[in-house]
Write a protein that binds this ligand. Structure first.
Ligand code: BDR
Ligand code: CA
Length: 323
């Protein structure tokens, strides 16, 4: 596989912004710009079986029934699962609901999906847009295979920044703080992790006007019927949070950064995540001045070209609509 056509595995928890990320990846896949070889899901925004049913539905709507979807671990590594229906709706897709999966019973083993993808492709790119549960577990049980990822990109953390779940923690890292902590302890520096933290991802805002433009591009695409219901819930949630009638699209921006489709800045640094302190659960810190003297384990994204991301969003959905 050449570098110009990255092979991608995504581990996600759809989830409204995860849904947009999957649709974007589907557009690039149909255009031959990437090869999407699998989707596995985490428990996070809703339970892992539900996130898998949602992912299956989105891929089916995007004519990607051949791409395997498998639910991952049902619980975080050490804490009880907390979900967030108030953010993403009762089943994770706002006011829309996925039907029972039609194309696949979702009984595939997620670890097998990862192993097969790693065995078949050098330079496999892993994108994680939910809690880090599956990745941390895989790194523990399949450490040799995990070291073969070509790149790992994670949406998570409010690194040296204010949180969206507690004063200092971002949702994905807060849901499974031990997984995030373990990943950043375990990987240095075998597989570089690009970390897209809240400070950058919350800048990518979808407004009703931008959504209208995207809907026009989608035209008669089967997903177009549901997308306004999905996004309306997310707009309302952000408004209740005092953010205005718009939505932060963290996971889609993360995919664009993972694939190098927009310009961004990153700092090589050492990231650590606090897991056990009740007050600081899920808090992430980057040692930007090298106080710890530890090996770098992350490329922390510090800025991204947000206007280019909007253009790339439109381009990806145009590709999706034309296939
Ligand atoms: C992250 O949390 C989830 O609710 C979103 O899907 C995103 O991955 C943002 O904090
Ligand atoms: Ca997510």
């Amino acid at each position: 596989m050449t570098a110009s056509r990255p092979v991608v595995l995504i581990d996600c928890d759809p989830g409204i912004d995860d849904c947009l990320a999957l649709m974007y990846l589907a557009g690039l896949h149909h255009a031959g710009e990437i090869e999407l070889v699998g989707v596995t899901t985490t428990a996070g925004n809703v339970e892992a079986d539900q996130t898998a049913a949602n992912a299956r539905w989105i891929l089916d709507l995007c004519s990607l029934s051949q791409v395997p979807v498998a639910p991952g671990l049902p619980q975080p590594l050490k804490v009880e699962l907390t979900t967030t229906p108030e953010t993403h709706g009762p089943t994770g897709l706002g006011y829309a609901t996925a039907p029972a999966p039609a194309t696949e019973p979702l009984h595939r083993d997620w670890r097998q999906v990862w192993e097969e993808a790693l065995a078949a492709h050098d330079d496999l790119q892993l994108i994680v847009t939910g809690p880090v549960t599956n990745l941390a577990a895989f790194e523990e049980t399949h450490s040799k295979a995990a070291a073969r990822f070509g790149a790992i990109t994670i949406m998570g953390g409010a690194v040296n920044y204010r949180g969206n779940t507690t004063p200092t923690a971002e949702w994905n890292f807060w849901v499974d703080p031990h997984a995030a902590a373990q990943h950043f302890r375990s990987t240095a520096p075998q597989v570089p992790t690009t970390l897209c933290s809240l400070e950058v991802t919350e800048q990518f805002l979808l407004t009703p006007q931008r959504l209208g433009e995207v809907m026009e591009l989608l035209g008669q695409h089967p997903a177009a019927e549901f997308l306004p219901d999905v996004l309306r819930f997310y707009f309302e949630f952000h408004q209740e949070q005092g953010e205005g009638y718009q939505a932060q699209i963290h996971d889609l921006l993360t995919c664009m950064i993972a694939l190098g489709r927009i310009n961004y800045k990153a700092a090589e640094t050492t990231v650590a995540v606090e897991a056990d302190s009740p007050l600081l659960r899920g808090t992430s810190v980057a040692d930007l001045r090298n106080h710890w003297g530890r090996a770098h384990n992350a490329r922390l994204v510090t800025a991204a070209d947000i206007e280019a991301a909007h253009q790339e969003f439109a381009r990806g959905f145009t590709l999706l609509a034309s296939h």
